[in-house]
Design a protein around this ligand. Structure first.
Ligand code: SAM
Length: 230
């Protein structure tokens, strides 16, 4: 179908654990679009089934096929079809694929509409008790070398909260590194947010290093750091 007006790209946030966090606008949008571009069609297919949303066309969009898919998604939009962009969980493009298609739509004058909702970084920040007037989102740390050194220096810049997405298996080593550099750092480990085993461990980095010995070394973790030193 060719319409004069191009379609719209909706960036739709989906739950990070608790299905109840889906928003009314997300439901309405996922029900109405022609196509959903998603990281993993099986994961999104399961979500749609749980939400009892009839399955529209799903196209996979991930780090390995992004450049090819951008053109196909933009073509669908130019033909007048609305498309939703989702990731496996949370807000698309936030440490997740999607930036390139959004950027291309912006260049082409195609309307991009955010449908905000769950995001692990924001959920962790708001429950942390750390200052949130200024924060730095850093996403996943580099594994080693100069990039990791730069990452640590940024994470420990004084007087603003840093947000790090960290696999649980790296938590202890990462905190030991923080302890060696800035032992006054306040830390919040936010584990399994919105899920049955949600857990927040707060304290100085030394307290938290002791505390995490008690918690399972699995699940999703968002780490917040606040170095009070000026
Ligand atoms: N775009 C997503 C968002 O808006 O939250 C983040 C995607 S990123 C690939 C996945 C990382 O987010 C995980 O490795 C973890 O650090 C964090 N994360 C996702 N779900 C979480 C949860 N329920 N509790 C704590 N952290 C979570």
């Amino acid at each position: 179908m060719h319409l004069d007006a191009p379609g719209r790209l909706f960036c739709v946030a989906t739950p990070i654990g608790n299905l109840g966090d889906i928003t009314l606008r997300a439901l309405e949008t996922l029900r109405s679009v022609h196509t959903i571009a998603c990281e993993d069609t099986r994961t999104t297919g399961r979500l749609l089934a749980l939400l009892e949303i009839p399955r529209p066309r799903l196209v996979s969009y991930h780090d390995h096929n992004e450049s090819r898919r951008v053109g196909q998604i933009v073509a669908l939009l130019e033909q007048g079809n609305d498309v939703a962009l989702v990731s496996d969980a949370g807000t698309p493009t936030i440490s997740d694929p999607g930036y390139r298609v959004v950027s291309r739509c912006a260049e082409e004058g195609i309307e991009v509409i955010p449908i905000p909702g769950p995001c692990a970084a924001i959920a962790a920040l708001c429950a942390s008790g750390l200052p949130t007037d200024r924060f730095l989102f850093l996403g996943f740390p580099a594994k080693k070398g100069a990039k990791l050194q730069r990452f640590m220096a940024q994470a420990l810049e004084p007087q603003r909260t840093a947000v790090v997405y960290l696999p649980m298996r790296r938590l202890q080593g990462f905190l030991e590194d923080v302890m060696g550099r800035a032992p006054e750092t306040q830390v919040v480990v936010s584990r399994e947010l919105t899920k049955a085993h949600e857990q927040l461990v707060r304290g100085t980095v030394g307290d938290v290093l002791t505390g995490i010995a008690e918690i399972p070394q699995k699940g999703e973790c968002t780490l917040l750091l606040y170095n009070p030193e000026s």
